[in-house]
Structures are given as C-alpha cells and as structure tokens.
Design a protein around this ligand. Structure first.
Ligand code: PEP
Ligand code: MN
Length: 362
C-alpha cells in the first residue's frame, strides 16, 4: 500500500470513529427521551409499547432514506434500536415490582409465631394434611401421624372449591374449628383456604396462614384485602396462569402491605392426561430466580395420583424449592375429595424417609 493510500485510509477510519461517537451520543440522547416518554406514560398509567407509532417512524425513515443502505436494512437497524428502547423501559418497570429479586441474596423468610418454624430460610418445609377437614377424628388421626414425623404446618381446609356444585363443599366454620383444636393439641400451625374477603375476620380466629387457591389467584379484591392482614399468605398458581401473572398476583398482596407471601406451584393445564396437571418444575426454578418469595411445590394436585409422590418430592427438593405440599389422609379411598391423590400414613412415612434420607430409595 502506498503512503498516500495509507494516509487516506487513516483519515477515513478517523471519520468513522468520530461518526461512531456521534451516533453513540445520538443514541444516548434518544434513550433519554424514551425514558422521559416512559415517565409520562406511567403518570397516565399507560403501556409504553405502541406498534402504530413504530410503524409511523419506520415509514418516515423509509421515505427519507437516499441509500446506499436499502430500506429493508434501514428498517432492520432501527427496529433493533426500538427493541433496545423497549427492553430498557421494561427493565426499569421490573425493578419497581416488589416481588422481584433485586440481588442474589435477597430472600423473604416467613417465621411462624413459635419463632422457629420458617419457610424460605434455606430449609425444606413440609405442609401436609388431608385435602379437606371431614371430621374431628379424621383430623386428629392425621395430625398425630404428621406430628410424629415433625410436620409443623397442617392443611385444614373447610371450604372446598369443587368443580361440581354437587360434590362435597367442605364443613365451613365447623371445619375451621376442628382444624384449630387439633393443631393446638399437637402444637401445629393451620393453613386454610379462604374463598372471599368477607371471611377474613372469621379466618383470623382459626388460621395461622391464609391460603388462596388456584381458582382465586386472580381475585384481586381478595388479594388486596389479604395485603392488609398481619398473617402469612400462601398463594397458589392459577390453573392456566403464566409465571408473570402469578407474580403479579403476589404483587397485589405485597404492594397492599403484607410482605409474607409463599408461592405454590400446583401444576398447570396442558394436553397431558396421565397426570391431573403438569408440574412446571422449570417454573419453580424461574420463580426462585426472579422472586425473593419462598416457593413450595404441591406434589398432590400437580399429579392427581399418589404413585409418583416420591419422584416428584425428589424433584421438588432438587429444584431449589423451599418446601413441599402433600395431601395425607387416614383412609384415602374413602376421602370426600381428591381420594386418588392423597397418601395414606405408610406412604407418607416413606415419602418422609425419601426426602430426609435420599439414599433410601425404592
Ligand atoms: C388445594 O390445595 O386444596 C386445592 C384445592 O388445590 P388448587 O387450588 O391448587 O386446585
Ligand atoms: Mn385436594
């Protein structure tokens, strides 16, 4: 290369460097304006993304383009800039969501009134008990079996949101009373499903942890009301809810003032028929990554069958979840609800052996 050509190339390269910096400056200016527009949208409670506006900008660029880049190339380049702007504002929006994890070590630890029973502290907590409270004897037998293996949190469901109105709907307040009595007898805590905000004051007399079932996950009025109480809330994922919708539901409770929320993955609806639902274990891992709230895996409703309880429990533990929810009944074949999935006591003991001593597999 002659000296003249080399000099000219250096000049042109210096021009490109200068233009790169000018473009960077223009991109920065553009990004700041996007941020300002985003703020305006927020004060108006509006979404940022406006596809019509994007189409208008692309048409204007196409009209102004004199080459040498083709219109397609110019549109592709600007679409990339639009995408980056959208990602920037979405990122800013997520940072404001309370249930999102802000740092790797951020975690919500729920401590129950004994000061010792915790969920989310890095241990693996058990929530177990019959699907529904059916009688004092049934709850007493179940509680004795659970307590013998150290379970501290018992299900005491008195209101059952059944698919058919002709199926057992639960014992109502009488069931809550039984659950409370039995829990006190064995030194356990009771969690029970609340159906409606009108029940809150009654539930305060009986439940240590309020429970929102899958069918109520998007009952925002109930969620907001539970944000005002001073008891932990278990929130189940809706039957066909995305993880984003699930976290927004938790956000309703937390943003209304109650930080003590536990998430439960209970399986989602898919085309699969051999399990009642499909346990979304990838979802559990994502929730643990995205949120600081404890995550528990319901191995009963996600499977709908008792014969895969052990492998599901192993998977739940390995996924990094904070605990397990399992239905246990003194005599599952005669249970008034979910007879096919509840474990009998021997199956429950075997499950406990499995998760406390992983070497002992069968
Ligand atoms: C339950 O756990 O009692 C229950 C009814 O499950 P889901 O709300 O997940 O269907
Ligand atoms: Mn059930």
């Amino acid at each position: 290369m002659t000296d003249h050509i080399q000099d000219r190339r250096s000049e042109l390269r210096a021009d490109i460097d200068r233009i790169n910096l000018q473009m960077l400056d223009l991109l920065t200016q553009r990004a700041r304006i996007v941020q300002e527009i985003d703020k305006l949208h927020q004060t108006m409670n509006q979404d940022f993304y406006d596809p019509q506006r994007e189409a208008q900008m692309l048409t204007a660029l196409e009209m102004a383009n004199k080459g040498p880049f083709s219109n397609e190339t110019i549109k592709a380049l600007f679409r990339e800039i639009f995408r980056a702007s959208l990602a920037m504002t979405e990122q800013a929006g997520r940072a404001k969501i309370l249930v999102h994890r802000k740092s790797v070590d951020q975690r919500t630890v729920i401590t129950l009134p004994d000061g010792k029973t915790k969920i989310g502290d890095g241990g693996f907590q058990l929530i177990a008990g019959p699907c529904a409270v059916e009688s004092y004897e049934q709850m007493d037998e179940a509680a004795a079996a659970l307590a013998s293996r150290g379970v501290k949190i018992m299900r005491g469901m008195a209101y059952k949101p059944r698919t058919s109105p002709y199926e057992f709907q639960g014992l109502g307040e009488a069931g809550l009373k039984i659950a409370r009595q039995v829990a006190d007898k064995y030194g356990m805590f009771i969690t029970s499903e609340i159906m409606d905000q009108s029940q809150i004051s009654m539930f305060l007399d009986y439940a240590d942890i309020f429970w929102v079932g899958a069918r109520n996950m998007q009952n925002s009025f109930l969620l907001k009301a539970l944000g005002k109480i001073d008891r932990p809330v278990i929130l189940k994922r809706g039957l066909a809810a995305t993880l984003e919708e699930f976290l927004y539901s938790a956000e309703y409770i937390v943003s209304s003032g109650n930080p003590n929320v536990i998430l439960i993955e209970r399986g989602i609806r898919t085309f699969e028929k051999w399990t009642r639902n499909t346990l979304d274990i990838g979802g559990v891992a994502v929730l643990k990554l995205e949120s600081h709230l404890p995550v528990v895996v319901d191995i009963s409703h996600s499977a709908g069958r008792r014969d895969i309880a052990k492998p599901l429990a192993r998977v739940a533990k390995a996924s990094g979840a904070d605990g397990l929810m399992v239905e246990v009944h003194p005599n599952p074949p005669v249970a008034l609800s979910d007879a096919k999935q509840q474990l009998d006591f021997n199956e429950f003991y075997a499950l406990m052996d499995e998760i406390t001593d992983p070497e002992k597999t069968s």
